[in-house]
Design a protein around this ligand. Sequence first.
Ligand SMILES: [Zn+2]
Ligand SMILES: [Zn+2]
Length: 348
Amino acid sequence: MRGVVYRGVDDLRLETMPVPKIGADELLVRVAVCGVCPTDLKKIHYGTVLPPRVFGHETAGTVALVGKKAQKFRVGDRVALHHHVPCLDCHFCRHKAFAQCAGYRRTGITAGFEPAGGGYAEYVRVMSFVLPGVVKIPPRNSFLEGAMQEPVNTVLKAVRRLAVLPGDVALVVGQGPIGLMFTRLLHLRGIKVIATDLMAERLKLARQWGASHALRADDEKLADKIRKAARNIDAAVIAVPSNAAVTQAMELVRGSGQVLFFAHTRSGDTMAVDFSTVCVEEKDLIGSYSSDYTLQREVARLVFSRQIDMEKLITHRFPLEKTTDAVALASQPTAESLKIVVDQTISP
Ligand SMILES: [Zn+2]
Ligand SMILES: [Zn+2]
C-alpha cells in the first residue's frame, strides 16, 4: 500500500509499505478521509518525535478486515476512529483528566512503524484498546463528517471545562477551524459569543455560526469594542498561540471568569501573570488538551445531525499523493483556507 512517511523535520515521503497485519482482537480499516491537525504539524515542523512514523489521526474509513475476536464490527462498516482511549480506571480517569492517563497516551492506530495515527496511508491497524473509540458513521453522513469527530470532541471537552451558563458571554480569540468550532458549540449552549480574528472571511463565518459580534483582532480599539459588545466577559478562549491575547483576556474577563488555553502547546512558552487577578479577583487560568472518550455520543449527535455542520468548515481536500501540499497549506493558512483534509476518495 502507499503511505506518507515522516522521515525527519519537514520531510514527508510517499512510500510503498506493507499493509499492516492485524491481531485477533483488532481491525484493519481502509482510510477514506483524514483531517490535518495542528498537533501533527508541530511534530512535522519541529521534529518533536523520532522518525519514521505515519501521522494523521482524524480518520474515517471502511472496515476491511475484522479479527476473530472483534466481532462487534463487520467488513464494510463505515467508521470514525479515535487513536486515544482512556483506561477509565486510573487516578486520572477517576478525575476525568483523561489526557493524563498513561493508557490514553498510548496511540492505538498505526499504518506501520511507531504508532502515530497512520491516517496518511491507505490502511490502518486499529488495536484492541482503541476499539471502544470506533464510531459507526450513519448512512446519511459522509466520511468527512466521520473524520471530524475527533477535533469536535477536543473542542467540546474544552467547552465543558468552562463554568459558563446560558446567557453568559464568551470571547473566542481566533476563528480558525478550532476557534470556529468553539464559537458554534458555545452558541449552541446558549452562550453569547464575541469572536475575534485577523481575517474578514473567518469573521463572516463566525457570524454565520452564531457569534453575536465578530471583531477584527488588529483593531486598535478592540478592547473598547469588546466592552461595548458586552459589559461583562465570563470566559475567554485563546484559540491562537498569542500571549498578548492572553494578557488582554485576563484584563477583560470579569472577576471569577475563566481564561482557557487551547493553542499554547509549545513547552517553554512563558509570560508574567499578576497573581492577585487569580487570588483576589478569582480569575481562573485553565487549559484543555485532546479528547474526552465519554463525550463521543454527544459529539456524534452534534456532528451527524449537522447542528455543527463540519463540511462547511472543510475548504480543501487533497489526495494522498499531495499530503505534503495539505500540510503546507494547513501550516500557512490563507484567507480562504479553514479545515484541510487528505481525502483518498478523490482522484489525484
Ligand atoms: Zn487532532
Ligand atoms: Zn486511565
